[in-house]
Design a protein around this ligand. Structure first.
Ligand code: SDX
Length: 392
C-alpha cells in the first residue's frame, strides 16, 4: 500500500500481539503466568493446575481441577493406528521428529475445524491433547529402547504416570520415586509458557491461517527443536560432556564462544529478553543440586556446569553482552539424573510447553487475530527478459 516497510530481523524490536497470558520483565528477571509469579507456582502448584491457569485464565477450583484430571485421563488412549506410524520410524530417528509427526497424525482424531468460540469444543481438544501427548512422549522413548509400550497406571497422578510409562521395567515392576515426580512436575511448570518465543510465535502464525490446534502444535515442536531454542538443553549436555572429555578445559570453550570466526556458542547462555538472570535457571539450578543430592548422584557434569557459569559471570565478554545461564543450562542435568536420554530432553521441553502453546493459540483465535503475513524489502534483480536455454 506504499507505506514504509521497516525490517526487524528476528523481530528483536517488534511486538506481534497483545496477550494476557505471560508477563516477562527481562531487566528484573520477572516471569508471571496470568499474574502469578513463577517462584510461587513452581513451589505451590502442580503442572496440570498451571496448565489450566494458562489456558483458561484462572487457577482451577478443587472441583474444576478434579474434573480436568479425570477428563484428561479419559482422553489418554491413543488410536492403535498411531502405533503403526511410530513403528514406521527408524530407531535412529530423532525423538523431536517422531513426536512432531505423531502430533500431526493426531489431527486425524481431532477435527481441525474445532469451533474455538465453543468452550465445550475447545475444552475437549485441550484435554484430548493433554491426555495423549504424554503417552506419545513415553512411547517414543520406549520405542527407541525396544521396550513394550503401555499406558502405565491411571490410578496415578499425571506426572507420576508419565514417569511410570517411561521407566516401568519390562516385567512390570516399578518403584515410584517422589523426588523424581516432584522434580519433573517443577520442570514442566517452569517450561509451561514464555510469551512470544520462537516456537510460540510459530504456533500462533500457523494457527492464524486457521490450521487446526494439533497441526499448529506440531509446527511449534519443529521450531522448538532448533539448538538456538529448545534444542539447547540437549546441546548443553553435549557441550558439557565434550568439556569433561577435554579434561574439563572450560577456558578453551569460553575462548571458542568469544571467537567470532568460530560458530560455537556457549549453549544454555544468553537470552533475547532476560538481560539479567533467567528466574527459571535460578530455580532449576537449586533443584539440580537437591535432586542429585537426594538421589545420591555425584555427577561431574554438574561441577563443570557450575565452573563454566562462574567463569562466564566473571568474563567481560559475557558480562558486557549480558549473557547469563538460561532455562536450558541446568535442566538437562536433572533430566540426565532422572535417567532420561539426552536426545529426549527437548521432547521434555515440549511436554512442558504444551499448555502455553495451547493457551497462546486459543487467545490468538479468540481475539480473531488476522492471518500472519509480513512484508519484505525486495533486494533482487530488476526486470529482465527470458533467455532460451541454448543461448545461456
Ligand atoms: C530458549 O525466547 C525465549 O523465551 C526462549 C526460551 C523459552 O522459554 O521459550 O527462553 C527458551 O530458547 C532459551 C535459549 C536457549 N538457547 C541457547 O542457549 C543457545 C545459545 N544462546 C544464543 O544462541 C543466544 O543467546 C540466543 C539465541 C538465546 C539469543 O540470541 P539473540 O537475542 O539473537 O542475541 P544475539 O545472537 O544477537 O547475541 C548478542 C551478542 C552477539 O555478540 P555481538 O555480535 O554483539 O558481538 O551476544 C553474543 C552474540 O555473538 N552471544 C553469545 C551467546 N549468545 C549471544 N556468544 C556466545 N555464546 C552465547 N550463548
Amino acid at each position: 500500500t506504499g507505506g514504509v516497510i521497516t525490517i526487524d530481523p528476528g523481530y528483536k524490536n517488534t511486538g506481534s500481539c497483545e496477550s494476557a497470558i505471560t508477563f516477562l520483565d527481562g531487566e528484573k528477571g520477572i516471569l508471571r503466568y496470568r499474574g502469578y509469579s513463577i517462584e510461587e507456582l513452581a513451589e505451590k502448584a502442580d503442572f496440570l493446575e498451571v496448565a489450566y491457569l494458562l489456558i483458561f485464565g484462572e487457577l482451577p477450583t478443587k472441583e474444576q481441577n478434579d474434573k480436568f484430571h479425570n477428563d484428561i485421563k479419559a482422553e489418554s488412549i491413543v488410536d492403535e493406528d498411531v502405533k503403526k506410524i511410530l513403528d514406521a520410524f527408524p530407531k535412529a530417528a530423532h525423538p523431536m521428529g517422531v513426536i512432531s509427526s505423531l502430533t500431526s497424525a493426531l489431527t486425524a482424531f481431532n477435527p481441525s475445524s474445532v469451533n474455538v468460540d465453543s468452550e465445550e469444543d475447545m475444552y475437549k481438544s485441550v484435554v484430548r491433547i493433554l491426555g495423549k501427548f504424554p503417552v506419545l512422549v513415553a512411547w517414543t522413548l520406549r520405542k527407541k529402547q525396544g521396550l513394550p509400550l503401555d499406558y502405565g497406571d491411571d490410578s496415578l497422578g499425571y506426572v507420576e504416570n508419565i514417569l511410570k510409562m517411561m521407566f516401568r521395567k519390562p516385567h512390570g515392576e516399578y518403584t515410584q520415586n517422589q523426588i523424581l515426580v516432584d522434580a519433573l512436575d517443577k520442570l514442566l511448570i517452569l517450561h509451561a509458557d514464555h510469551e512470544q518465543n520462537c516456537s510460540t510465535s510459530t504456533v500462533r502464525i500457523v494457527g492464524s491461517s486457521h490450521a487446526g490446534l494439533f497441526a499448529s502444535l506440531s509446527a511449534g515442536i519443529s521450531a522448538l527443536w532448533g539448538p538456538l531454542h529448545g534444542g539447547a538443553n540437549q546441546a548443553v549436555l553435549e557441550m558439557l560432556e565434550a568439556i569433561r572429555q577435554d579434561d574439563g578445559d572450560t577456558k578453551k570453550y569460553m575462548a571458542k564462544a568469544k571467537d567470532k570466526s568460530d560458530p560455537f556458542r556457549l549453549m544454555g547462555f544468553g537470552h533475547r529478553v532476560y538481560k539479567n538472570f533467567d528466574p527459571r535457571a535460578r530455580i532449576i539450578k537449586k533443584a539440580a543440586d537437591e535432586v542429585l543430592g537426594d538421589l545420591g548422584i555425584e555427577d561431574p557434569i554438574l561441577d563443570i556446569a557450575k565452573g563454566l557459569e562462574k567463569e562466564a559471570l566473571e568474563d567481560p565478554y559475557f558480562v558486557d553482552r549480558k549473557l547469563y545461564p538460561n532455562v536450558d543450562f541446568y535442566s538437562g542435568i536433572i533430566y540426565r539424573g532422572m535417567g532420561i536420554p539426552t536426545d529426549m530432553f527437548t521432547v521434555m521441553f515440549a511436554l512442558g510447553r504444551l499448555p502455553g502453546w495451547i493457551a497462546q493459540w486459543r487467545e490468538m483465535r479468540l481475539r480473531k487475530e488476522p492471518i500472519g503475513r509480513p512484508r519484505q524489502v525486495y533486494i533482487g534483480e530488476t526486470e529482465r527478459k527470458f533467455i532460451p536455454i541454448n543461448k545461456r
